[in-house]
Every structure is written in structure tokens, then in C-alpha cells.
Design a binder for this molecule. Structure first.
Ligand code: SF4
Ligand code: SF4
Length: 334
């Protein structure tokens, strides 16, 4: 059964068309950890359906699992990068010591940060996240911060009222500790479309973001990465509600670009959920689509070498990664 189950896909099913091109991973150099699904926001396009309500124990990595994952990383010579995502990763209580320990051992770290978290105060516990910029800077964590537009109206349409000003304030606090300025402190922003279309060309949009954010706020960053909205979970439901799902899928299928295959993130990394279970990417994780043959395995059951050349679980949502210039965890592919 397709994850989308659309009549329009008859004869164009991703798996049937492209199995030979996208059949296996290559060397695994990156572990992407989804440390938990709790987030202070609940964005319309969120593929992992994060929100402040995702506080159940199984939705967030516990300390014992976090320790097992860190021990696993340190025993794998081929893993050079640990990419921590969520939710808002900083809301997991294990985040701080994980980045400190991995940094001490020379790993390159990425935090997929929603910059409003820096301004957020939990009303019930009173906990705040003012510590985030300094901890990230101390551990040379590369920050990949979501900001779906440089205009207030577009950001708030996707992320809710108040999210724009909080994002700008959070990003300025990252600038204040050296992000975007110091070569060891990279700050990349992520754009995703507000409506049912592909991202515009990345370089031109980056120039627009740099001009607008610097002139309005004095805000600086390194690169802008464009990411396509995947036709799954919340974004799929929105398209269905608006009667646009078939048109969106047709657009993705028509824009299929085989040159994107080599750069797909599933070919160079492995993704785990808060329990340590294995997926080829965070999108497959959101769909519960495990790495084939590893449905009952945890990351510590295998080595990184075991995960190279593994089969990848694909389905029709993979058109989202392969349309146009492509879309990966580092933005456009070609
Ligand atoms: S900030 Fe990111 S993780 Fe949180 S709800 Fe929005 S898209 Fe999801
Ligand atoms: S959704 Fe994208 S990254 Fe995930 S398996 Fe499909 S092509 Fe690869």
C-alpha cells in the first residue's frame, strides 16, 4: 500500500520506477538523531507533527538511550557528523551533555534549531532556554535554523503569531555569541515554501534573505538552504483539506530529476528515533517506515559498516526529495 494511495500515481509509483537508481546507501558518515518530538511550536508543515503536547516518554529520548547512542557513535570510526533534530532538540534534558561529550571527542555536530526556542519560557515549569546560544557556541555546533521566509506575514502563516519576532531575536542572540561571524560557528537558515510549490532557486533566494535580514535587523548568516515540503503527515493533510494533494503530487512527479539521486541524504546517513530504532531518513521515521530488514533492530545492534550498502525504503513521498533541484538535509542537491 502506498503511503499516499493516490490513483494519479498508477504507473508512476516511485518504488517501481526508480528501484534500480535508489536501491542502496553508500558509506555512512552521518548519524541523524531525532532526540524527541516535543517542540514549543506546532507548525502547519511539520513532518514529525511536533508540538508542546508531545511530552510522552516514548516521544523523547531518555538518558539510558542517549548514553547508548553516544557510546555507539564513539565506537564508529566512519561516523564524522552527528545531526541532532526534533522537535526542538534543546528541550530534551540530555541535549547539553550529549553535545559536550561528542564535541570533546571531535565529532562535527549539527543542531536543527527552531530559533524561537531561545526566547521561549515554559509557562508551567518556568524553564527558559537562554543558555542555548552559549552552549552551542562552546561546542562548535553548526546551527541549522528554520526561518521559512524573511517576511513576518509568511512566517506567522506557517508557525503562528509571534513566531517571527521570536525567531529574529533568537537569531540575533546567535549572532551575538559569534554565529555567522566566526568561521567555527556556522549559522545556516532553512526556507520551505508556504504554499504548494517547489522552492525557488536557492542562490537567488539566499541573496534576498541576506539583503533583507541584514538591512532590517543587522542579522547575518552563512548559507540559506531550500527544502521542499514533503507530501506526508501535516502538510499532506493540509493539501487534502485544500483539495490540492493530487496537483501537488503531479507537480513533484513531473519535476523528477535523476541528477538528485547521488546527493539524497538517505544514501549517506542513517536516522534513529528516540528509542534508537533505524530509518533511512527523518521522513521515513515520521511514516514509521523502517530500514528494510532492520525493523526490529536498534542502532547499537549494528555497526556503521553494516549500514553501508543497505537497501533503502522508498515510496511516493520520495518524489519530494527528487523534484527540481532536489531537497536534502543540506538544501538543494543540484
Ligand atoms: S519548529 Fe520545527 S519541529 Fe517544531 S513544529 Fe515547527 S517544523 Fe516541527
Ligand atoms: S524521503 Fe528522501 S531521503 Fe527519505 S528515503 Fe525517500 S528519497 Fe531518501
Amino acid at each position: 500500500m502506498s503511503t499516499l494511495d493516490l490513483p494519479i500515481l498508477n504507473g508512476t509509483r516511485f518504488r517501481a520506477r526508480f528501484e534500480t537508481e535508489l536501491y542502496a546507501a553508500s558509506k555512512i558518515t552521518t548519524l541523524q538523531i531525532n532526540i524527541g518530538y516535543v517542540c514549543n511550536l506546532a507548525c502547519h508543515h511539520c513532518h514529525v507533527e511536533s508540538s508542546p503536547a508531545r511530552t510522552a516518554p516514548q516521544d523523547n529520548m531518555d538518558q539510558a538511550t542517549a548514553r547508548r547512542v553516544v557510546d555507539w557513535v564513539l565506537a564508529q570510526p566512519s561516523i564524522k557528523t552527528v545531526d541532532i533534530t526534533g522537535g526542538s532538540p534543546e528541550m530534551n534534558p540530555n541535549f547539553r551533555w550529549m553535545v559536550a561529550k561528542l564535541h570533546r571527542h571531535g565529532l562535527h555536530l549539527i543542531d536543527r534549531c527552531n530559533p524561537t526556542i531561545i526566547e521561549y519560557v515554559d509557562r508551567q515549569s518556568g524553564e527558559d532556554y537562554r543558555w542555548v546560544p552559549a552552549i552551542l557556541a562552546d561546542n562548535h555546533v553548526e546551527v541549522v535554523a528554520s526561518l521559512p521566509c524573511y517576511s513576518q506575514a509568511n512566517v506567522e502563516k506557517q508557525r503562528g503569531r509571534g513566531s517571527y519576532n521570536a525567531s529574529i531575536e533568537g537569531l540575533l542572540k546567535l549572532n551575538a555569541v559569534g554565529y555567522g561571524k566566526d568561521s567555527a560557528l556556522r549559522l545556516n537558515l532553512v526556507y520551505n515554501p508556504i504554499g504548494p510549490h517547489l522552492p525557488p532557486p536557492q542562490d537567488a533566494l539566499q541573496a534576498d534573505y541576506k539583503r533583507e535580514l541584514e538591512s532590517r535587523f543587522g542579522l547575518i548568516f552563512n548559507e540559506l538552504w531550500t527544502i521542499t515540503n514533503m507530501p506526508i503527515t501535516r502538510w499532506r493533510h493540509q493539501l487534502q483539506r485544500d483539495g490540492q494533494l493530487e496537483a501537488y503530487m503531479t507537480m513533484l512527479i513531473d519535476a523528477y530529476n535523476p541528477d538528485t539521486i547521488d546527493g539524497l541524504m538517505c544514501r549517506h546517513q542513517i536516522s534513529i528515533d528516540p528509542q534508537g530504532r533505524l530509518y533511512d531518513c527523518d521522513f521515513n521515521q515520521a511514516l514509521g517506515l523502517h530500514t528494510p530488514g532492520m525493523e526490529s533492530s536498534y542502532i547499537w545492534d549494528l555497526s556503521a559498516d553494516d549500514l553501508a550498502d543497505r537497501a533503502i525504503a522508498t515510496d511516493d513521498h520520495c518524489y519530494g526529495c527528487t523534484a527540481g533541484c532536489g531537497s536534502s538535509c543540506g538544501g538543494a542537491i543540484v
